[in-house]
Design a protein around this ligand. Structure first.
Ligand SMILES: Nc1ncnc2c1ncn2[C@@H]1O[C@H](COP(=O)(O)OP(=O)(O)OP(=O)(O)O)[C@@H](O)[C@H]1O
Ligand SMILES: [Mg+2]
Length: 416
């Protein structure tokens, strides 16, 4: 039986796969769920840490504590060496991330009924854009964390290549495939020749025609949606009595998943109190201060994310925002969302075009575009990517499971 597992540590969701012939690869990680949301909640009242859906529930239940989501986005940044503080106690981000990876391993082993000493970890094509040093630092940090968590040997694989291996296990003819993995933090692409005869080859380098990626994903869509429709309700874009503009940094922190906790530091609150005195619309700042004092930043981000997901299916979505004020409602519109994420969509599209160009392949030659990752559910994005390869058949994988299952296959091939 295969000795190694595949670990997809995602910005939003994580999975662990273990390859066994004739059985589904993904292991149950939280009750019967094969995904563990990449969330840690440190409960300061009882000093306990919870993970995944339970962490979200504990935070939303209002326990005093610290919530972390989108921890993967810290890798390779200077924030990684920082910490968050709760009740005067410092919680280093690196330790929180380590706790999460250890928990992922522990749960996978409990589910499999055995231990895993070796693992193939997924990684985006770029953790950090246009900065090879920071990108290498991100991979090194993740490797150290995985080794500290108890893996003896760790290898890395590009997430879209893992998805390609998974897709390949279901096809019975040769295809040139564009893999599009649009996740919470990054959009990753691979151009690969896949087929049943190629699957067993020990060296696939000739089949991989190129990889490309950009550090943009669902958490950025949440941020842009928040900045365009929710943050103005809290004073973003409003004016000060001296006719100056309200500084935007507090709003950016609050709208960005991995910096929400920065909005809670005492200095930020004092600055906002000063701004409230100078504001032409102080009532908006009052609501902002209330949210910050209530530590409701993640609640707000979750509501925005829910709205975004609804917009994948409907033209408008109504959000209740009772923690802002009991009767506060907000109607989100898909058209406005599409405009807000327009520049992001263009950047993703040009990443795909660049990949085809670098591989010296005409857009007509791609047989299949394979979509995976939760954010491939955003209709505008999917259309724009599909339009780059007009002849390609569209295939949708398991949006939250293809990578983990593909990493399991890769782990079996590499480690036996
Ligand atoms: N139906 C949907 N429409 C749009 N976005 C969606 C939908 N369902 C989930 N999402 C978004 O997908 C993202 C999570 O996708 P996924 O689990 O693939 O990411 P991840 O693997 O954790 O991230 P990454 O691979 O970038 O590290 C979240 O931003 C979530 O809001
Ligand atoms: Mg992913």
């Amino acid at each position: 039986m295969t000795q190694a597992c595949g670990v997809d540590f995602g910005t939003s969701n994580s999975t662990v796969g273990w390859h066994r012939a004739g059985q589904p690869a993904l292991l149950a990680l939280e009750n019967s769920n094969t995904t563990l949301p990449s969330v840690v909640f440190f409960n300061a009242e009882d000093d306990k840490i919870s993970y995944g859906r339970a962490a979200l529930a504990n935070y939303l239940a209002g326990y005093e504590g610290r919530m972390m989501r989108s921890m993967k986005s810290l890798l390779g940044t200077s924030l990684m060496d920082g910490q968050t503080e709760v009740l005067g106690r410092a919680l280093p981000f690196r330790a929180l991330l380590g706790q999460f990876i250890s928990e992922l391993k522990r749960r996978a082993e409990a589910s499999a009924g055995r231990s895993f000493e070796r693992a193939v970890l997924g990684r985006p094509v770029h953790f950090i854009d246009d900065n090879p040093q920071a990108d290498q630092l991100a991979e090194n940090t993740l490797r150290e964390i995985a080794l500290d968590a108890g893996f003896r040997e760790v290898a890395f694989q590009f997430e879209p290549i893992a998805a390609a291996f998974e897709y390949e296990s279901h096809i019975n003819r040769e295809e040139l495939v564009l893999i599009a993995d649009i996740g919470g933090g990054t959009s990753d692409f691979s151009l690969v020749r896949l087929g049943p005869d190629r699957a067993g080859r020990p060296d696939r380098r000739d089949d991989i025609l190129g990889n490309a990626g950009v550090h943009l994903g669902g958490t950025d869509f949440d941020k842009y949606l928040s900045l365009s429709s929710v943050m103005p309700l809290l004073g973003l874009g409003s004016r000060l009595k001296n006719n100056g503009e309200m500084p935007s940094s507090h709003y950016f922190n609050l709208a960005t998943w991995h910096t929400i906790n920065l909005a809670y530091i005492p200095r930020a609150e004092r600055e906002l109190q000063d701004l409230q005195r100078d504001a032409l619309e102080p009532e908006k700042l009052a609501v902002l201060l209330k949210l910050i004092r209530d530590r409701a930043g993640h609640w707000l981000a979750l509501r925005v994310e829910e709205g975004k997901i609804l917009l994948s299916d409907t033209a408008t979505a109504e959000l209740d925002l009772p923690r802002m004020s009991p009767s506060q409602k907000l109607v989100l519109e898909r058209e406005r969302f599409n405009s807000a994420i327009g520049p992001l969509t263009e950047s993703v599209e040009s990443t795909v075009r660049g990949l085809l160009r670098d591989a010296d392949l005409g857009s007509q030659s791609v047989d299949t575009v394979f979509f995976t990752g939760g954010s491939s559910g955003v209709p505008l994005l999917r259309e724009r990517i599909a339009a780059v390869v007009p002849n390609a058949r569209r295939v949708e994988g398991d949006l939250f499971g293809s990578i983990g299952a593909g990493l399991a296959l890769d782990a079996a091939r590499r480690f036996g």
